[in-house]
Design a binder for this molecule. Structure first.
Ligand code: NAD
Length: 499
Protein backbone atom coordinates (compact mmCIF):
# COMPACT_ATOMS: atom_id res chain seq x y z
CA UNK A 1 0.00 0.00 0.00
CA UNK A 2 1.31 3.48 -0.81
CA UNK A 3 2.44 5.67 2.05
CA UNK A 4 0.27 8.63 2.99
CA UNK A 5 1.94 12.07 3.05
CA UNK A 6 1.22 14.50 5.91
CA UNK A 7 -1.80 16.65 5.24
CA UNK A 8 -2.74 20.23 6.05
CA UNK A 9 -0.71 23.33 6.63
CA UNK A 10 1.32 24.37 9.64
CA UNK A 11 -1.08 25.23 12.43
CA UNK A 12 -0.89 25.47 16.18
CA UNK A 13 0.89 22.57 17.85
CA UNK A 14 -0.99 20.07 19.97
CA UNK A 15 -1.04 20.26 23.76
CA UNK A 16 2.38 19.59 25.28
CA UNK A 17 2.86 16.43 27.35
CA UNK A 18 3.15 16.80 31.11
CA UNK A 19 3.99 13.17 31.90
CA UNK A 20 7.67 12.30 32.05
CA UNK A 21 8.60 9.95 29.22
CA UNK A 22 11.76 7.96 29.94
CA UNK A 23 13.68 5.64 27.65
CA UNK A 24 12.27 2.12 27.99
CA UNK A 25 14.28 -0.72 29.46
CA UNK A 26 13.39 -4.37 30.12
CA UNK A 27 12.22 -5.53 33.53
CA UNK A 28 13.93 -8.85 34.31
CA UNK A 29 14.14 -10.33 37.80
CA UNK A 30 13.32 -7.00 39.46
CA UNK A 31 16.07 -5.11 37.59
CA UNK A 32 15.81 -2.67 34.69
CA UNK A 33 18.06 -3.95 31.91
CA UNK A 34 19.19 -2.07 28.80
CA UNK A 35 18.43 -4.01 25.59
CA UNK A 36 21.19 -4.30 22.97
CA UNK A 37 18.81 -3.08 20.25
CA UNK A 38 16.34 -0.20 20.39
CA UNK A 39 13.19 0.91 18.61
CA UNK A 40 11.14 4.10 18.72
CA UNK A 41 7.68 4.63 20.09
CA UNK A 42 5.81 7.38 18.26
CA UNK A 43 3.06 9.81 19.25
CA UNK A 44 0.43 9.15 16.57
CA UNK A 45 -1.10 12.60 17.03
CA UNK A 46 2.13 14.33 15.95
CA UNK A 47 4.20 11.65 14.24
CA UNK A 48 7.03 12.53 16.66
CA UNK A 49 9.25 9.99 18.39
CA UNK A 50 8.40 9.93 22.10
CA UNK A 51 11.34 7.87 23.26
CA UNK A 52 13.56 4.91 22.58
CA UNK A 53 12.52 1.47 23.83
CA UNK A 54 14.70 -1.61 24.40
CA UNK A 55 14.08 -4.62 22.18
CA UNK A 56 14.39 -7.92 24.05
CA UNK A 57 16.80 -10.51 22.60
CA UNK A 58 16.46 -14.30 22.86
CA UNK A 59 18.85 -14.19 25.82
CA UNK A 60 16.62 -11.62 27.53
CA UNK A 61 13.61 -13.91 27.01
CA UNK A 62 15.60 -16.82 28.51
CA UNK A 63 16.58 -14.69 31.50
CA UNK A 64 13.04 -13.44 32.07
CA UNK A 65 11.59 -16.96 31.91
CA UNK A 66 14.28 -18.26 34.30
CA UNK A 67 13.56 -15.39 36.73
CA UNK A 68 9.81 -16.06 36.54
CA UNK A 69 10.37 -19.78 37.20
CA UNK A 70 12.58 -19.06 40.18
CA UNK A 71 10.07 -16.56 41.58
CA UNK A 72 7.27 -19.07 41.03
CA UNK A 73 8.63 -21.87 43.17
CA UNK A 74 12.36 -22.01 43.91
CA UNK A 75 12.94 -18.98 46.08
CA UNK A 76 12.16 -18.54 49.73
CA UNK A 77 8.98 -16.46 49.66
CA UNK A 78 8.10 -17.88 46.23
CA UNK A 79 4.97 -16.34 44.76
CA UNK A 80 2.95 -19.55 44.63
CA UNK A 81 3.80 -20.31 48.25
CA UNK A 82 3.02 -16.83 49.57
CA UNK A 83 -0.25 -16.62 51.48
CA UNK A 84 -3.19 -15.83 49.23
CA UNK A 85 -4.06 -12.88 51.40
CA UNK A 86 -0.58 -11.39 51.01
CA UNK A 87 -0.78 -11.80 47.22
CA UNK A 88 -4.18 -10.09 47.24
CA UNK A 89 -2.81 -7.29 49.40
CA UNK A 90 0.04 -6.61 46.95
CA UNK A 91 -2.30 -6.54 43.95
CA UNK A 92 -4.57 -4.11 45.83
CA UNK A 93 -1.59 -1.93 46.72
CA UNK A 94 -0.56 -1.79 43.08
CA UNK A 95 -4.10 -0.67 42.19
CA UNK A 96 -3.80 2.08 44.84
CA UNK A 97 -0.49 3.26 43.37
CA UNK A 98 -1.99 3.44 39.88
CA UNK A 99 -4.89 5.42 41.26
CA UNK A 100 -2.46 7.82 42.90
CA UNK A 101 -0.74 8.31 39.53
CA UNK A 102 -3.86 8.07 37.37
CA UNK A 103 -3.34 11.36 35.50
CA UNK A 104 0.16 10.37 34.51
CA UNK A 105 -0.97 6.91 33.35
CA UNK A 106 -3.82 8.43 31.34
CA UNK A 107 -1.50 10.87 29.64
CA UNK A 108 1.10 8.22 28.80
CA UNK A 109 -1.63 6.04 27.26
CA UNK A 110 -2.96 8.93 25.23
CA UNK A 111 0.37 10.08 23.79
CA UNK A 112 1.39 6.51 22.95
CA UNK A 113 -1.91 5.30 21.47
CA UNK A 114 -3.61 8.50 20.25
CA UNK A 115 -6.83 7.86 22.18
CA UNK A 116 -8.61 10.88 23.70
CA UNK A 117 -7.53 11.73 27.23
CA UNK A 118 -11.22 11.59 28.15
CA UNK A 119 -11.14 7.83 27.41
CA UNK A 120 -7.77 7.09 29.05
CA UNK A 121 -8.54 9.10 32.18
CA UNK A 122 -12.20 8.24 32.73
CA UNK A 123 -12.57 4.77 31.18
CA UNK A 124 -9.33 2.82 30.67
CA UNK A 125 -7.47 3.71 33.87
CA UNK A 126 -10.43 3.49 36.28
CA UNK A 127 -11.19 0.06 34.82
CA UNK A 128 -7.55 -1.05 35.18
CA UNK A 129 -7.79 -0.17 38.87
CA UNK A 130 -11.16 -1.87 39.23
CA UNK A 131 -10.01 -5.07 37.50
CA UNK A 132 -6.92 -5.30 39.72
CA UNK A 133 -9.04 -4.82 42.84
CA UNK A 134 -11.60 -7.36 41.65
CA UNK A 135 -8.88 -10.01 41.23
CA UNK A 136 -7.08 -8.96 44.42
CA UNK A 137 -10.31 -10.06 46.11
CA UNK A 138 -10.27 -13.39 44.25
CA UNK A 139 -6.81 -14.35 45.60
CA UNK A 140 -8.39 -15.61 48.85
CA UNK A 141 -11.37 -17.25 47.18
CA UNK A 142 -9.77 -19.88 44.96
CA UNK A 143 -11.05 -23.19 46.27
CA UNK A 144 -10.89 -26.86 45.49
CA UNK A 145 -13.71 -29.21 46.53
CA UNK A 146 -14.08 -32.27 48.71
CA UNK A 147 -15.98 -34.92 46.78
CA UNK A 148 -17.79 -37.95 48.20
CA UNK A 149 -16.68 -41.11 46.42
CA UNK A 150 -15.93 -44.27 48.45
CA UNK A 151 -16.30 -44.96 52.12
CA UNK A 152 -12.61 -45.91 52.17
CA UNK A 153 -11.29 -42.79 50.48
CA UNK A 154 -10.91 -39.08 51.11
CA UNK A 155 -11.02 -37.38 47.70
CA UNK A 156 -10.60 -33.72 47.01
CA UNK A 157 -9.44 -31.26 44.38
CA UNK A 158 -6.96 -28.39 44.49
CA UNK A 159 -6.74 -25.40 42.16
CA UNK A 160 -3.05 -24.71 41.59
CA UNK A 161 -1.39 -21.97 39.54
CA UNK A 162 -0.39 -23.00 36.00
CA UNK A 163 3.17 -21.71 36.46
CA UNK A 164 4.99 -19.18 34.31
CA UNK A 165 2.56 -17.41 32.00
CA UNK A 166 3.38 -15.38 28.91
CA UNK A 167 1.08 -12.40 28.35
CA UNK A 168 1.02 -10.85 24.89
CA UNK A 169 -0.84 -7.58 24.63
CA UNK A 170 -2.13 -5.49 21.67
CA UNK A 171 -1.96 -1.71 21.26
CA UNK A 172 -5.60 -0.69 21.37
CA UNK A 173 -6.20 -0.76 25.15
CA UNK A 174 -2.60 -1.23 26.25
CA UNK A 175 -2.82 -1.25 30.03
CA UNK A 176 -6.47 -2.24 30.28
CA UNK A 177 -6.07 -5.47 28.30
CA UNK A 178 -2.88 -6.18 30.23
CA UNK A 179 -4.82 -5.83 33.51
CA UNK A 180 -7.39 -8.41 32.35
CA UNK A 181 -4.55 -10.94 32.29
CA UNK A 182 -2.31 -9.63 35.06
CA UNK A 183 -5.12 -9.58 37.64
CA UNK A 184 -6.14 -13.26 37.47
CA UNK A 185 -2.61 -14.50 36.69
CA UNK A 186 -1.18 -12.87 39.81
CA UNK A 187 -4.16 -13.66 42.05
CA UNK A 188 -3.87 -17.36 41.19
CA UNK A 189 -0.15 -17.43 42.05
CA UNK A 190 1.42 -17.49 38.57
CA UNK A 191 4.52 -15.55 37.63
CA UNK A 192 4.64 -13.51 34.45
CA UNK A 193 6.60 -12.65 31.35
CA UNK A 194 4.62 -9.89 29.65
CA UNK A 195 5.13 -8.28 26.27
CA UNK A 196 3.22 -5.08 25.54
CA UNK A 197 2.65 -4.12 21.90
CA UNK A 198 5.62 -2.45 20.25
CA UNK A 199 3.46 0.59 19.38
CA UNK A 200 2.37 1.25 22.98
CA UNK A 201 4.84 0.10 25.65
CA UNK A 202 4.84 3.16 27.93
CA UNK A 203 2.11 2.35 30.46
CA UNK A 204 3.28 -1.27 30.89
CA UNK A 205 6.77 -0.01 31.75
CA UNK A 206 5.40 2.49 34.28
CA UNK A 207 3.25 -0.33 35.69
CA UNK A 208 6.48 -2.33 36.19
CA UNK A 209 7.99 0.54 38.19
CA UNK A 210 4.96 0.67 40.46
CA UNK A 211 4.97 -3.13 40.91
CA UNK A 212 8.50 -2.79 42.31
CA UNK A 213 7.36 0.10 44.51
CA UNK A 214 4.39 -1.94 45.75
CA UNK A 215 6.79 -4.67 46.89
CA UNK A 216 6.23 -7.50 44.39
CA UNK A 217 9.10 -9.98 44.75
CA UNK A 218 11.74 -9.89 41.99
CA UNK A 219 10.88 -12.10 39.02
CA UNK A 220 7.11 -12.25 39.64
CA UNK A 221 6.52 -9.70 36.87
CA UNK A 222 8.99 -9.49 33.98
CA UNK A 223 8.33 -7.07 31.14
CA UNK A 224 9.90 -7.53 27.73
CA UNK A 225 9.36 -4.93 25.05
CA UNK A 226 9.73 -5.55 21.34
CA UNK A 227 7.86 -6.71 18.26
CA UNK A 228 6.51 -10.00 16.90
CA UNK A 229 9.93 -11.72 17.22
CA UNK A 230 9.86 -11.23 20.99
CA UNK A 231 6.28 -12.53 21.04
CA UNK A 232 7.32 -15.61 19.07
CA UNK A 233 10.25 -16.26 21.41
CA UNK A 234 7.85 -16.18 24.37
CA UNK A 235 5.28 -18.42 22.67
CA UNK A 236 7.84 -21.07 21.70
CA UNK A 237 9.81 -21.00 24.96
CA UNK A 238 9.86 -24.39 26.69
CA UNK A 239 9.87 -22.73 30.11
CA UNK A 240 6.47 -21.07 29.64
CA UNK A 241 3.39 -23.02 30.74
CA UNK A 242 0.61 -20.86 29.36
CA UNK A 243 0.09 -18.08 26.84
CA UNK A 244 -2.66 -15.51 27.21
CA UNK A 245 -2.87 -13.58 23.97
CA UNK A 246 -4.99 -10.69 22.77
CA UNK A 247 -4.52 -9.60 19.20
CA UNK A 248 -5.38 -10.43 15.63
CA UNK A 249 -6.96 -13.71 14.59
CA UNK A 250 -4.09 -14.35 12.14
CA UNK A 251 -1.50 -14.20 14.94
CA UNK A 252 -3.82 -16.15 17.27
CA UNK A 253 -3.85 -19.02 14.76
CA UNK A 254 -0.06 -18.92 14.51
CA UNK A 255 0.21 -19.05 18.31
CA UNK A 256 -2.17 -22.01 18.46
CA UNK A 257 -0.08 -23.88 15.89
CA UNK A 258 3.20 -23.28 17.68
CA UNK A 259 1.76 -23.97 21.14
CA UNK A 260 0.72 -27.41 19.88
CA UNK A 261 4.34 -28.61 20.00
CA UNK A 262 4.55 -28.21 23.75
CA UNK A 263 0.81 -28.40 24.49
CA UNK A 264 1.02 -25.08 26.31
CA UNK A 265 -2.27 -23.86 27.67
CA UNK A 266 -3.56 -20.97 25.61
CA UNK A 267 -6.34 -18.46 25.78
CA UNK A 268 -6.97 -16.27 22.76
CA UNK A 269 -8.92 -13.02 22.62
CA UNK A 270 -8.99 -12.20 18.92
CA UNK A 271 -10.71 -10.01 16.38
CA UNK A 272 -14.36 -9.22 15.80
CA UNK A 273 -16.89 -7.90 13.29
CA UNK A 274 -19.76 -7.37 15.65
CA UNK A 275 -23.33 -6.92 14.39
CA UNK A 276 -25.35 -4.08 15.90
CA UNK A 277 -29.03 -4.70 15.08
CA UNK A 278 -31.59 -1.91 15.24
CA UNK A 279 -35.31 -2.71 15.03
CA UNK A 280 -37.82 -0.04 14.02
CA UNK A 281 -39.57 -0.44 17.39
CA UNK A 282 -36.49 0.68 19.33
CA UNK A 283 -35.84 4.06 20.93
CA UNK A 284 -34.24 5.42 17.76
CA UNK A 285 -32.37 8.31 19.40
CA UNK A 286 -30.71 5.96 21.88
CA UNK A 287 -29.95 3.44 19.16
CA UNK A 288 -28.28 6.18 17.12
CA UNK A 289 -26.12 7.14 20.11
CA UNK A 290 -25.28 3.46 20.64
CA UNK A 291 -24.33 3.01 16.99
CA UNK A 292 -22.01 6.04 17.18
CA UNK A 293 -20.35 4.83 20.38
CA UNK A 294 -20.27 1.28 19.05
CA UNK A 295 -18.10 2.17 16.08
CA UNK A 296 -16.37 5.46 16.86
CA UNK A 297 -15.40 4.98 20.51
CA UNK A 298 -11.67 4.25 20.62
CA UNK A 299 -11.44 5.39 16.95
CA UNK A 300 -13.01 2.06 16.01
CA UNK A 301 -9.80 0.31 17.13
CA UNK A 302 -11.90 -1.82 19.43
CA UNK A 303 -12.18 -5.60 19.17
CA UNK A 304 -15.91 -5.48 19.93
CA UNK A 305 -16.65 -2.45 17.71
CA UNK A 306 -20.17 -2.52 16.30
CA UNK A 307 -18.80 -2.34 12.78
CA UNK A 308 -21.76 -4.01 11.02
CA UNK A 309 -24.89 -1.99 11.61
CA UNK A 310 -28.14 -3.70 10.56
CA UNK A 311 -31.07 -1.26 10.42
CA UNK A 312 -34.66 -2.44 9.86
CA UNK A 313 -35.74 -0.98 6.50
CA UNK A 314 -38.81 0.77 7.98
CA UNK A 315 -36.57 2.89 10.22
CA UNK A 316 -33.71 3.34 7.78
CA UNK A 317 -34.25 6.90 6.55
CA UNK A 318 -34.95 8.45 9.95
CA UNK A 319 -32.09 6.52 11.54
CA UNK A 320 -29.54 7.42 8.87
CA UNK A 321 -30.36 11.11 8.97
CA UNK A 322 -29.71 11.21 12.72
CA UNK A 323 -26.67 8.92 12.52
CA UNK A 324 -24.91 10.89 9.80
CA UNK A 325 -25.69 14.18 11.56
CA UNK A 326 -23.98 12.96 14.71
CA UNK A 327 -21.01 11.42 12.87
CA UNK A 328 -20.32 14.71 11.08
CA UNK A 329 -20.12 16.52 14.42
CA UNK A 330 -17.57 14.01 15.71
CA UNK A 331 -14.42 15.45 14.21
CA UNK A 332 -10.93 14.26 15.25
CA UNK A 333 -9.05 16.57 17.59
CA UNK A 334 -6.00 16.90 19.83
CA UNK A 335 -6.10 13.73 21.98
CA UNK A 336 -4.84 15.65 25.01
CA UNK A 337 -7.73 18.13 24.83
CA UNK A 338 -10.37 16.97 27.36
CA UNK A 339 -13.15 17.89 24.91
CA UNK A 340 -11.85 15.57 22.16
CA UNK A 341 -13.92 12.44 21.52
CA UNK A 342 -12.07 11.17 18.43
CA UNK A 343 -8.31 10.76 18.62
CA UNK A 344 -5.51 9.69 16.27
CA UNK A 345 -5.19 6.26 14.63
CA UNK A 346 -2.43 4.36 16.43
CA UNK A 347 0.14 4.36 13.62
CA UNK A 348 0.71 5.31 10.02
CA UNK A 349 0.58 1.61 9.12
CA UNK A 350 -2.86 1.17 10.72
CA UNK A 351 -4.12 4.37 9.09
CA UNK A 352 -3.05 3.04 5.70
CA UNK A 353 -4.79 -0.28 6.39
CA UNK A 354 -8.02 1.56 7.21
CA UNK A 355 -7.73 3.78 4.11
CA UNK A 356 -7.20 0.58 2.09
CA UNK A 357 -10.51 -0.78 3.41
CA UNK A 358 -12.25 2.49 2.53
CA UNK A 359 -11.02 2.05 -1.05
CA UNK A 360 -12.21 -1.59 -1.02
CA UNK A 361 -15.68 -0.41 0.11
CA UNK A 362 -15.90 2.03 -2.79
CA UNK A 363 -14.66 -0.58 -5.26
CA UNK A 364 -17.23 -3.14 -4.08
CA UNK A 365 -20.00 -0.62 -4.78
CA UNK A 366 -20.86 0.53 -1.25
CA UNK A 367 -21.98 4.16 -0.96
CA UNK A 368 -19.63 6.43 0.97
CA UNK A 369 -22.07 8.58 2.94
CA UNK A 370 -19.67 10.57 5.09
CA UNK A 371 -15.94 10.72 5.90
CA UNK A 372 -13.44 8.55 4.08
CA UNK A 373 -10.32 10.71 4.33
CA UNK A 374 -7.34 11.62 6.42
CA UNK A 375 -7.66 14.98 8.16
CA UNK A 376 -5.16 17.47 9.54
CA UNK A 377 -5.09 18.20 13.24
CA UNK A 378 -2.33 20.48 14.54
CA UNK A 379 0.61 20.50 12.11
CA UNK A 380 -0.87 17.75 9.93
CA UNK A 381 1.69 15.07 10.74
CA UNK A 382 -0.66 13.02 12.95
CA UNK A 383 -2.66 10.02 11.78
CA UNK A 384 -6.24 11.26 11.96
CA UNK A 385 -9.17 9.88 9.99
CA UNK A 386 -12.71 11.17 9.61
CA UNK A 387 -15.55 9.08 11.05
CA UNK A 388 -16.65 7.13 7.99
CA UNK A 389 -20.02 5.60 7.13
CA UNK A 390 -20.83 3.38 4.16
CA UNK A 391 -24.44 2.72 3.15
CA UNK A 392 -25.79 0.16 0.68
CA UNK A 393 -23.48 -2.50 2.07
CA UNK A 394 -24.20 -6.18 1.51
CA UNK A 395 -22.97 -8.92 3.81
CA UNK A 396 -20.54 -10.41 1.26
CA UNK A 397 -18.57 -7.19 0.77
CA UNK A 398 -15.06 -7.04 2.21
CA UNK A 399 -16.03 -4.14 4.49
CA UNK A 400 -18.85 -6.26 5.96
CA UNK A 401 -16.77 -9.39 6.45
CA UNK A 402 -13.26 -8.30 7.50
CA UNK A 403 -12.23 -6.53 10.66
CA UNK A 404 -11.14 -2.99 9.71
CA UNK A 405 -10.11 -1.85 13.19
CA UNK A 406 -10.75 1.79 12.44
CA UNK A 407 -13.60 4.35 12.40
CA UNK A 408 -15.49 2.82 9.48
CA UNK A 409 -19.13 1.74 9.76
CA UNK A 410 -20.89 -0.54 7.26
CA UNK A 411 -24.67 -0.09 7.21
CA UNK A 412 -26.92 -2.91 5.99
CA UNK A 413 -30.71 -3.16 6.02
CA UNK A 414 -33.09 -6.02 6.89
CA UNK A 415 -36.80 -6.76 6.88
CA UNK A 416 -37.29 -9.64 9.27
CA UNK A 417 -35.73 -11.24 12.31
CA UNK A 418 -34.71 -14.59 10.79
CA UNK A 419 -32.97 -12.81 7.94
CA UNK A 420 -31.00 -10.50 10.22
CA UNK A 421 -29.96 -13.31 12.58
CA UNK A 422 -28.74 -15.40 9.64
CA UNK A 423 -26.75 -12.50 8.20
CA UNK A 424 -25.37 -11.40 11.57
CA UNK A 425 -24.08 -14.93 12.19
CA UNK A 426 -22.68 -15.27 8.67
CA UNK A 427 -19.21 -14.08 9.59
CA UNK A 428 -16.10 -15.87 10.85
CA UNK A 429 -16.07 -13.80 14.05
CA UNK A 430 -18.28 -14.03 17.13
CA UNK A 431 -17.01 -11.62 19.75
CA UNK A 432 -20.02 -9.42 20.51
CA UNK A 433 -23.39 -8.23 19.20
CA UNK A 434 -26.12 -5.79 20.14
CA UNK A 435 -29.85 -5.56 19.60
CA UNK A 436 -32.08 -2.50 19.97
CA UNK A 437 -35.82 -3.05 20.45
CA UNK A 438 -38.62 -2.28 22.91
CA UNK A 439 -39.94 -5.84 22.52
CA UNK A 440 -38.45 -7.82 25.40
CA UNK A 441 -39.37 -11.19 23.90
CA UNK A 442 -37.67 -10.36 20.65
CA UNK A 443 -34.61 -9.04 22.53
CA UNK A 444 -34.11 -12.26 24.49
CA UNK A 445 -34.93 -14.56 21.58
CA UNK A 446 -32.43 -12.91 19.29
CA UNK A 447 -29.79 -12.78 22.06
CA UNK A 448 -29.89 -16.58 22.25
CA UNK A 449 -29.66 -16.95 18.49
CA UNK A 450 -26.64 -14.69 18.00
CA UNK A 451 -23.33 -16.57 18.05
CA UNK A 452 -21.31 -14.13 20.11
CA UNK A 453 -19.58 -14.05 23.49
CA UNK A 454 -21.42 -10.90 24.63
CA UNK A 455 -24.81 -9.54 23.59
CA UNK A 456 -25.91 -6.05 24.62
CA UNK A 457 -29.59 -5.15 24.63
CA UNK A 458 -30.41 -1.44 24.19
CA UNK A 459 -26.83 -0.44 24.98
CA UNK A 460 -23.38 -0.95 23.47
CA UNK A 461 -19.94 -1.73 24.85
CA UNK A 462 -20.62 -1.92 28.59
CA UNK A 463 -18.15 -4.05 30.55
CA UNK A 464 -17.49 -4.94 34.13
CA UNK A 465 -14.65 -6.71 35.91
CA UNK A 466 -17.18 -9.23 37.26
CA UNK A 467 -18.52 -10.30 33.84
CA UNK A 468 -16.71 -12.66 31.48
CA UNK A 469 -15.59 -11.37 28.10
CA UNK A 470 -14.41 -13.43 25.15
CA UNK A 471 -15.30 -14.85 21.78
CA UNK A 472 -17.16 -17.54 19.88
CA UNK A 473 -15.85 -18.89 16.57
CA UNK A 474 -12.71 -17.16 15.24
CA UNK A 475 -12.82 -14.49 17.93
CA UNK A 476 -10.92 -16.92 20.12
CA UNK A 477 -11.59 -18.93 23.23
CA UNK A 478 -11.27 -18.62 26.97
CA UNK A 479 -12.87 -15.83 28.96
CA UNK A 480 -11.27 -12.83 30.63
CA UNK A 481 -12.62 -11.08 33.74
CA UNK A 482 -15.26 -12.52 36.01
CA UNK A 483 -14.85 -15.72 38.00
CA UNK A 484 -14.30 -17.87 34.89
CA UNK A 485 -10.94 -16.19 34.27
CA UNK A 486 -9.67 -18.02 37.35
CA UNK A 487 -10.14 -21.36 35.58
CA UNK A 488 -7.75 -20.32 32.83
CA UNK A 489 -4.93 -19.48 35.25
CA UNK A 490 -5.18 -22.63 37.38
CA UNK A 491 -4.74 -26.37 36.94
CA UNK A 492 -7.15 -28.69 38.70
CA UNK A 493 -5.56 -31.49 40.72
CA UNK A 494 -7.42 -34.51 42.14
CA UNK A 495 -6.11 -36.11 45.34
CA UNK A 496 -7.04 -39.58 46.59
CA UNK A 497 -6.27 -40.61 50.15
CA UNK A 498 -6.80 -44.24 51.08
CA UNK A 499 -8.48 -44.27 54.45
P1 NAD B 1 -1.33 -8.33 16.49
O1 NAD B 1 -1.87 -9.70 16.53
O2 NAD B 1 -0.57 -7.92 15.31
O3 NAD B 1 -0.38 -8.05 17.74
C1 NAD B 1 -0.77 -8.30 19.06
C2 NAD B 1 0.46 -8.60 19.90
O4 NAD B 1 1.05 -9.81 19.43
C3 NAD B 1 1.55 -7.55 19.84
O5 NAD B 1 2.16 -7.47 21.10
C4 NAD B 1 2.52 -8.13 18.81
O6 NAD B 1 3.85 -7.69 18.96
C5 NAD B 1 2.42 -9.61 19.11
N1 NAD B 1 2.73 -10.48 17.98
C6 NAD B 1 2.63 -10.20 16.66
N2 NAD B 1 2.96 -11.28 15.93
C7 NAD B 1 3.25 -12.27 16.82
C8 NAD B 1 3.64 -13.64 16.69
N3 NAD B 1 3.77 -14.20 15.49
N4 NAD B 1 3.83 -14.36 17.80
C9 NAD B 1 3.67 -13.81 19.04
N5 NAD B 1 3.33 -12.52 19.22
C10 NAD B 1 3.11 -11.76 18.12
O7 NAD B 1 -2.60 -7.45 16.74
P2 NAD B 1 -2.66 -5.87 16.85
O8 NAD B 1 -2.66 -5.30 15.49
O9 NAD B 1 -1.63 -5.40 17.76
O10 NAD B 1 -4.10 -5.71 17.56
C11 NAD B 1 -5.24 -5.66 16.86
C12 NAD B 1 -6.00 -6.97 16.91
O11 NAD B 1 -6.26 -7.35 18.26
C13 NAD B 1 -7.35 -6.84 16.28
O12 NAD B 1 -7.59 -7.93 15.44
C14 NAD B 1 -8.32 -6.87 17.45
O13 NAD B 1 -9.59 -7.30 17.18
C15 NAD B 1 -7.62 -7.73 18.41
N6 NAD B 1 -8.10 -7.44 19.77
C16 NAD B 1 -8.91 -8.35 20.39
C17 NAD B 1 -9.41 -8.10 21.67
C18 NAD B 1 -10.29 -9.09 22.37
O14 NAD B 1 -10.43 -8.98 23.58
N7 NAD B 1 -10.84 -10.05 21.69
C19 NAD B 1 -9.08 -6.92 22.30
C20 NAD B 1 -8.25 -6.01 21.64
C21 NAD B 1 -7.77 -6.30 20.37
Amino acid sequence: MCSVPPVGKKEKMLTATKAKVSAGRLLIDGQWVEGAKKFDTVNPATGEVLTEISEASHADVDNAVAAARKAFEDRAGAWRKMSASERGRLIWKLADLIEKNIDEFAELETIDNGKPIFESRYVDMPMVIDVLRYFAGWATKIHGETVNTFETAFTYTLREPVGVVGLIIPWNFPLLLASWKLGPALACGNTIVMKPAEQTPLTALRFGELAIEAGFPAGVLNILTGGPQVGKAIVTHAGIDKIAFTGSTAVGKEIMRSAADSLKRITLELGGKSPNIVFADSDIDNAVKGAITGIFYGKGEVCNAGSRLFVESKAHDEFMEKLVGRAKKLQPGDPLDPKTRMGAIVSQEQMETVLGYIEAGKKDGAKLITGGSRVAVGDGHGFFLEPTIFGGVTNEMTIAQEEIFGPVLSVLTFDDMDQVVAEANKNPYGLAAAVWTRDIKKAHTISRQLRAGTVWINTYGLMDAALPFGGYKQSGFGREMGMHAIEHYTELKTIWLNL
